[in-house]
Structure formats: structure tokens, C-alpha cells
Design a protein around this ligand. Structure first.
Ligand code: G1P
Length: 297
């Protein structure tokens, strides 16, 4: 571990967005609670935190998001109901959801952008490094993206973000990085040093096709940069713009992710996530595969 580097124990999960890409399903229901197979989206992200060694999760909510708090709260009546009917495994599953990790909540009072939502967690994070995981991106797999960023941070003392190649014509959906190789074992060529970042550039203005995937590990000084960040793309306070100041004054690394990721906040991405996760389900994956094959598309 690099000298004087604090351990990454906390994660911020911004969940205050209005979910406009998924209307009408999200009119009265948080998009984070949409189920992929049998779990709400945000539970996949919480499980990635737990698998990455995070001990405290701070969820930034807004109006109409109470279902998220209820989901991670204990549910003694439901547990008793299941136990009385001999459904011991189900009761245990329900209990585990609230016991996984310590949760705290704070509110973003107005939807002023991702950067503004992260800033709302400043008091709860305090003066220590922290992870940020976007709740609508699911990244399943044995080597969690967040764990890899934590390892990079603890080894180098520099913040790190996950990036992936995105189609050129889709750069305006992502933060895009301009980066140069900074190879170092065990990450090799997958580790890059960021020179600049641009939020949602047009394809002709994009400095590369490496898009920010929605996983970050950042030093606490980012909060100072967020305080100074003016509204940017879409009139919102963008995390990407604060990270540009971090790049200039301190440095920031990018890690090219190897595994799969799904933008499940988008209808097509959500369908892909659902089908692929269902195919992997130990109880009915094979039956589902046979069903898909029977469709003879
Ligand atoms: C956010 C970030 C963007 C990132 C994207 C990943 O945008 O601002 O930099 O590439 O998430 O999903 P959003 O999708 O919330 O508009």
C-alpha cells in the first residue's frame, strides 16, 4: 500500500435521478428498484460494494425514493411470516439483504446533476477516499470493477475510474477520457493516465472512444473541486468536470475494464442484462435457454 494512503471503506451510490429514460415504469417507482430477474438494480451494485470490501454505503436519494430505504431495512414481519410457513431459505435471504453492510442515506434536494449528488454525501464521507458506483450500471463477474479501482488507489495513492471502449457514434452518452498508457503490474496496459476528460462530447469532438463506465475511486479533495464546479453539459453540475480539476492538480488513472457491463437505465441495456442474467440463473437458466432457442428468431 502506498505510504499514508487511507483504506477505501465507503461508497457513494447516487440514486436521486428522475429515471426519465425509463418512463413510464419510473413514474411512481425509483429506477433503482426495477428488477433484473429477481433483484432490484441497486442490489447488484450493493453486492459489488460488498464483494469489493466496502463497509459503509451512502445512498443519495431524492423525492419518491423511499422504496430503496425500505428494501435495505430489516423486515421482521416478513421474516416471521416466511419462517412460520417453513420458508427458512427465503427468510434468510430477506434477512441477509439488510445485514450485508452498513447503510446511511442523504438527500439531494434538487436534481442538479451527478456532481451535485456526490457533493451531498460530503459530510457522511468525511476526509477519506471513497468509491462512487452509478446505480443503473450493472457489472457482474468475479473481479469487481470497484475492487480493482480500490487496489489501484491503495497502490498508487491516485484516484482511478473504470473506462470501456464505446461505439464512436455514442460518445455523446458518456464522459470520454483522453489518456496515455501508464503500464504497471499487475494491471499492465489496462492502466492509463488521464490527460483530460469531456462530458458527453459529439463524436467529432471526442478525444477517444474510451467512455466512463460509472465506477470511480476518488480522494476526498474531489469535494473541494465539486464545490467550485459550474453547471456544464445539460446545465448540470457534472462529476466529470470536477475530475478535470483533479487531473490538472493531482492526477487520475483510468482502468480499462475487462468484464461485461450493462447500462440497465436504458431500455435496451436493461433487456440485455435481464436475458443474460436469466441465462446464468442456476434454477432456470437452462430452461430459459431452451425457450429462447425455441423462438427460432
Ligand atoms: C453519467 C456520467 C458519465 C458516464 C455515465 C456512465 O452520465 O456523467 O460521465 O459516462 O454516467 O453511465 P449519465 O448516464 O448519468 O447521464
Amino acid at each position: 500500500m502506498a505510504a499514508k494512503v487511507k483504506r477505501v471503506r465507503k461508497a457513494v451510490l447516487p440514486a436521486a435521478g428522475l429515471g426519465t429514460r425509463f418512463l413510464p415504469a419510473t413514474k411512481a417507482q425509483p429506477k433503482e428498484m426495477l428488477p433484473v430477474v429477481d433483484k432490484p438494480l441497486i442490489q447488484y451494485v450493493v453486492e459489488e460494494c460488498v464483494a469489493s470490501g466496502i463497509e459503509n454505503i451512502i445512498i443519495v436519494t431524492g423525492k419518491g425514493k423511499n422504496a430503496i430505504e425500505d428494501h435495505f431495512d430489516s423486515a421482521p414481519e416478513l421474516e416471521r411470516f416466511l419462517e412460520q410457513r417453513g420458508k427458512v431459505k427465503q427468510a434468510e435471504m430477506v434477512r441477509q439483504i439488510s445485514n450485508m453492510v452498513h447503510f446511511s442515506y442523504t438527500r439531494q434536494k434538487e436534481p442538479l446533476g451527478l456532481g451535485h449528488a456526490v457533493l451531498a454525501a460530503r459530510e457522511l464521507v468525511g476526509d477519506e477516499p471513497f468509491a462512487v458506483l452509478l446505480g443503473d450500471v450493472i457489472m457482474p463477474g468475479p473481479h469487481p470493477a470497484t475492487r480493482q479501482l480500490i487496489d489501484i488507489y491503495e497502490e498508487t495513492g491516485l484516484g482511478a475510474i473504470t473506462v470501456e471502449e464505446v461505439p464512436r457514434e455514442k460518445t455523446s452518452l458518456y464522459g470520454i477520457v483522453d489518456a496515455e498508457p501508464a503500464p504497471r503490474p499487475p494491471w499492465g496496459k489496462r492502466l492509463l493516465r488521464i490527460r483530460n476528460l469531456v462530458e458527453k462530447p459529439k463524436p467529432e469532438e471526442a478525444p477517444s472512444n474510451l467512455g466512463i463506465t460509472g465506477r470511480y475511486v476518488l480522494p476526498p479533495r474531489v469535494f473541494d473541486y465539486l464545490e467550485r464546479t459550474q453547471p456544464g453539459s445539460g446545465g448540470e453540475i457534472q462529476l466529470t468536470d470536477a475530475l478535470r480539476m483533479l487531473v490538472q492538480e493531482h492526477g487520475l488513472l483510468a482502468h480499462i475494464y475487462e468484464g461485461r457491463s450493462y447500462d440497465a437505465g436504458d431500455k435496451l441495456g436493461f433487456l440485455k442484462a435481464t436475458v443474460e442474467m436469466a441465462l446464468e440463473n442456476p434454477d432456470f437458466g437452462e430452461t430459459f435457454r431452451a425457450y429462447l432457442q425455441s423462438l427460432k428468431l
